[in-house]
Ligand binder design. Structure first.
Ligand code: SAM
Ligand code: SF4
Ligand code: SF4
Length: 346
C-alpha cells in the first residue's frame, strides 16, 4: 500500500472526538466577574453581594493560560476567543493578548460587553488582537439599561464600538440576544444601524445555559422569525459558511450592504459541527457549553505536570467527547444542572 500523502498524514493524526469532530476552537474565560447583570446570564437575585466569585489565586495566571494555549495549538486549535464574565475587567488583559498573539493562531478574538472598550481598544489592537465581538442587545436606552440591569448607558457601548473600528479591530461582530417581549421589537433597528458599515450583527437565540436565568422556550425568538422581519424590509440571501463548524449562519443583503448572522442553537442546533472547547477562569476544561462538569488543569499544572501529561489529558478528554446537548434538548434537559455562562464564557 502506498504511504499516505503528507496532507492525509496530518488528517490521520488529527484529534477527533467520538462523533468525528476535530478540536479547532478554544474559548478562554479569564474572569467570572462582570459589571453587568444581564438577566439572561447573571440575574441579580443570584449574583449579588453574597455570591462567591473566584478568589484571585484561583484564577489561572497569564503564564498558565499561555502555556495551555500553546499545547492546544499543537493539538490543532487555531482559533482562540477570550471571554468571561467581562474579560476587560481582568487587569493587564493586554499583556495576555500580546503573549497569545505570538502563538501563531489564525484568529485571536475577544467578546466583551463593550463597557470598557473605548478606553481599551487601542491597547488591545496594539497587543495583536485580531477582532472584537461586542454584545449589544438594544439601541433603545431604556431597554438596554433594563437588560444589563445596572443602568449602563448604551451610548458608552456605542462609543466603544466606534473606538474599536478606529483601532482596526474589524470587522466587528455585534451580538444581540433576542428575547421575546423584551428587545425583539428592536431587531430591525439593530440591523439598520450596522447595515453598510462592514460590521456584522449576529442575532442569538436566548439559550438555556446555566440554571439561574429562568429560561422558557416561549421567550425564544427563532432565527427564522428574525430573518423574516429583516428580509421583509431588506431582502436577504444565504451565504456559504467561512469554515466548517461556524456558529452563525450567514445572510447577506441583496443590495450589497453587507451581511448578518443568526445563531439558532435552540431552533436549529449545530452540534454536528461543534469543534469548541471551553476553559474556565480557574482552569477547568469543558467540552460543551451545557456541560455539568469538566476536567481541572490548574491542580496538575500547579503540582508540576509536564506538557506531555497535559497534552494527554486533553487528548483523552476530547477523544471520548460525545456532547450533543442542543440536539438532545428537551423539557427534561432544561432542568439538569449546568455550568453558568458567566463562569464558562459564551
Ligand atoms: N461579558 C461578555 C459579553 O457579554 O460579551 C463576554 C461573556 S458573555 C457570557 C458572552 C456572550 O454570551 C454574550 O454575547 C452574551 O450575550 C451571550 N449570552 C449570555 N447568556 C446568554 C443566553 N442565556 N443565551 C444566549 N446568549 C447568551
Ligand atoms: Fe456580563 Fe456578558 Fe453575562 Fe452580560 S452576558 S452579565 S455582560 S458576562
Ligand atoms: Fe457544541 Fe454543546 Fe453547543 Fe452542541 S450544545 S453546539 S456540543 S457547545
Amino acid at each position: 500500500m502506498a504511504p499516505p500523502a503528507p496532507g492525509n498524514l496530518i488528517d490521520l493524526m488529527a484529534l477527533i472526538d467520538a462523533h468525528g469532530r476535530p478540536l479547532r476552537d478554544l474559548r478562554i474565560s479569564i474572569t467570572d466577574r462582570c459589571n453587568f447583570r444581564c438577566r439572561y446570564c447573571m440575574p441579580k437575585e443570584i449574583f449579588n453581594r453574597e455570591y462567591e466569585f473566584l478568589q484571585r489565586d484561583l484564577l489561572l495566571s497569564f503564564e498558565e493560560i499561555g502555556r495551555l494555549t500553546r499545547i492546544f495549538h499543537d493539538l490543532g486549535v487555531d482559533k482562540v476567543r477570550i471571554t468571561g464574565g467581562e474579560p476587560l475587567l481582568r487587569r493587564g488583559v493586554e499583556t495576555l493578548i500580546a503573549d497569545l498573539a505570538e502563538v501563531g493562531l489564525a484568529d485571536l478574538t475577544l467578546t466583551t460587553n463593550g463597557s470598557l472598550l473605548e478606553r481599551k481598544a487601542d491597547a488591545l489592537a496594539a497587543a495583536g488582537l485580531s477582532r472584537v465581538t461586542v454584545s449589544l442587545d438594544s439601541l433603545d436606552p431604556d431597554v438596554f439599561a433594563a437588560m444589563n440591569d445596572v443602568d449602563f448607558p448604551v451610548t458608552d457601548v456605542l462609543d466603544g464600538i466606534d473606538a474599536s473600528v478606529a483601532a482596526g479591530l474589524t470587522p466587528l461582530k455585534i451580538n444581540m440576544v433576542v428575547k421575546r417581549g423584551v428587545n425583539a421589537d428592536g431587531v430591525l433597528a439593530m440591523a439598520e444601524k450596522f447595515r453598510g458599515t462592514g460590521n456584522i450583527v449576529r442575532f442569538i437565540e436566548f439559550m438555556d445555559v446555566g440554571s439561574t436565568n429562568g429560561w422558557r422556550l416561549d421567550d425564544v425568538v427563532p432565527a427564522t422569525e428574525v430573518l423574516k422581519s429583516i428580509a421583509a424590509r431588506y431582502p436577504l440571501e444565504p451565504v456559504d459558511p467561512n469554515y466548517a463548524g461556524e456558529v452563525a449562519s450567514r445572510w447577506r443583503y441583496r443590495d450589497g450592504q453587507g451581511e448578518i448572522g443568526v445563531i439558532s442553537s435552540v431552533s436549529q442546533p449545530f452540534c454536528g459541527d461543534c469543534t469548541r472547547a471551553r476553559l474556565s477562569a480557574e482552569g477547568v476544561l469543558y467540552t460543551c457549553l451545557f456541560a455539568a462538569g469538566g476536567i481541572d488543569f490548574r491542580a496538575p499544572m500547579r503540582s508540576g505536570a509536564g506538557d506531555d501529561e497535559l497534552r494527554t489529558m486533553i487528548t483523552d478528554l476530547w477523544s471520548q467527547r460525545s456532547d450533543k446537548y442542543s440536539e438532545l434538548r428537551s423539557g427534561v434537559t432544561v432542568n439538569l444542572p449546568k455550568v453558568e455562562m458567566s463562569y464558562i464564557g459564551g
